[in-house]
Write a protein that binds this ligand. Structure first.
Ligand code: HEM
Length: 410
């Protein structure tokens, strides 16, 4: 019988071992992850009242156990979801509604549909590389990684082009905005969320009148068991708006962060960059390795539906459990020399896209964008190294994202 204890790991000093809301932790989470895996695989944080799992097998098992670990309290570890919740937000739904809504958009995200975007993505990357001109110094995050999903993903979703795109960029940066070191959303974040939801409701109404080949049109015309998903009057609280909102926020920062990290790591490892230039088959491997090594979505969260035993420790029902994907992907029992970035690594499953019912819907798109971005950069420009330390993007504490990776070519 498991022993039910509220405190499976004893904090040795006043400072919690794992406090994801501090700037100190955020600056370098990785030594803490190592200690969690080794010393406290079932960690309880008294200050905030959450549990945390960090070993690969434990995190994976939790992601796949949809009866014991529920999503109804959201996947964000701070108050983002509590404030920005609403019907239709896919990551926050449990079954049966989750699968019904996911099915509405699943087809659009299947690898075959996504492959059709190849030429468009290549053209976007080429245009951005053209924009470097003959500059030797370029910011590969701000001037390359970030603009790619803004162009590709918003077209795919069905967001209008033109001047209004500036507004989308403003909202994207706004939605998850925080002051560094604070878990609270700023007024900018609240305002952006509200404006974006209003705008999406209007756009869905417009697509109902004028259907097009895009995801918004798919959403507004969807029926679930013969019942229209979108009501007659689409207001900001409609499930259809929540679904569109969930996609909007999932597709930019993640992909931009992923491409930034990939290029940051290659800038730090000239010999691996060289290997890729010699053998382009290593490009997809480099993409997977950067996903594993510095997972963009570092941590997700669930709520227990019943008491659960892990390593002889009981996690009571109704508790928040943080599943640290970024720690699981560095588990020394799964990956040899895990804290080394290595594009030659034999491909092995990682959890950077999650797994199970809530596994990343956009992973074929994110993988394709990253792969083509690297292909085009390698083909068209010479070797690059870091010109200054990369800068982290201020966003939810779930994420590990750069918004500046200054490099010098040649
Ligand atoms: C490299 C880029 C990306 C990474 C690392 C990433 C990571 C993740 C992870 C870890 C999850 C699972 C969260 C959980 O289980 O709690 C997830 C879910 C999701 N992702 Fe991504 N993602 C990326 C790009 C995208 C893109 C481009 C889209 C496009 C819309 C997208 C849409 C979604 C959606 C809708 C979900 C929720 C799925 C569900 O609950 O059924 N992601 N993503």
């Amino acid at each position: 019988m498991p022993v039910s204890i509220e405190k499976p790991y004893v904090e040795y000093d006043y400072k919690p071992l794992y406090d994801p809301f501090t700037t100190e932790f955020q600056a370098d989470p990785f030594p803490v992850y190592r200690r969690l895996r080794q010393e406290a695989p079932v960690y309880f944080n008294e200050k905030w009242g959450f549990y945390a799992l960090s070993r690969f097998d434990d995190v994976r098992a939790a992601l796949k156990d949809h009866d014991a670990y529920l999503n109804y309290e959201g996947v964000d570890i701070d108050d983002f979801d509590l404030e920005q919740r609403g019907p239709g937000l896919l990551p926050d739904l449990d079954n049966p509604r989750h699968d019904q809504l996911r099915t509405v958009v699943q087809r659009a995200f299947m690898p075959r549909s996504i492959r059709a975007l190849t030429e468009q993505i290549r053209a976007v990357c080429d245009k951005l590389i053209d924009g470097f001109g003959d500059r030797r110094r370029v910011d590969l995050s701000a001037d390359f990684a970030w603009p790619i999903p803004f162009e590709v993903f918003f077209d795919f979703l069905g967001m209008p082009r033109g001047e209004v795109r500036e507004k989308f960029i403003h909202w994207t940066h706004g939605i998850k905005h925080r002051e560094p070191g604070s878990p609270d959303l700023t007024p900018f974040a609240r305002e952006s969320t509200h404006e974006l939801r209003e705008y999406l409701a209007e756009l869905l109404r417009e697509r109902r009148r004028n259907p097009r080949e895009d995801v918004l049109t798919t959403i507004v015309h969807a029926e679930i068991d013969g019942v229209p998903l979108a009501p007659e009057d689409i207001d900001v609280a409609a499930e259809a708006v929540g679904l569109a909102f969930a996609l909007y926020i999932a597709g930019i920062e993640t992909t931009a962060g992923q491409i930034s990290t990939l290029l940051e790591q290659l800038a730090r490892h000239p010999e691996q960059q060289h290997a890729i230039r010699q053998d382009s088959k290593l490009i997809p491997r480099a993409v997977e390795e950067s996903l594993r090594y510095r997972s963009i979505f570092q941590v997700t969260a669930r709520t227990t539906s019943r008491p659960i035993e892990v390593h002889g420790i009981e996690i009571p029902a109704g508790k928040r459990v943080f599943l640290i994907l970024g720690a699981a992907n560095l588990d020394e029992t799964k990956f040899e020399n895990p804290e080394k970035f290595d594009v030659h690594r034999t491909p092995a499953p990682h959890l950077a896209f999650g797994e199970g019912l809530h596994g990343c819907l956009g992973n074929p798109l994110a993988r394709l964008e990253s792969t083509i971005a690297l292909q085009q950069l390698v083909e068209r420009r010479g070797a690059f190294t870091l010109d200054a330390e990369p800068r982290r993007y201020t966003t939810t504490p779930n994420a590990y994202v750069f918004d500046s990776v200054p490099v010098v070519f040649g």
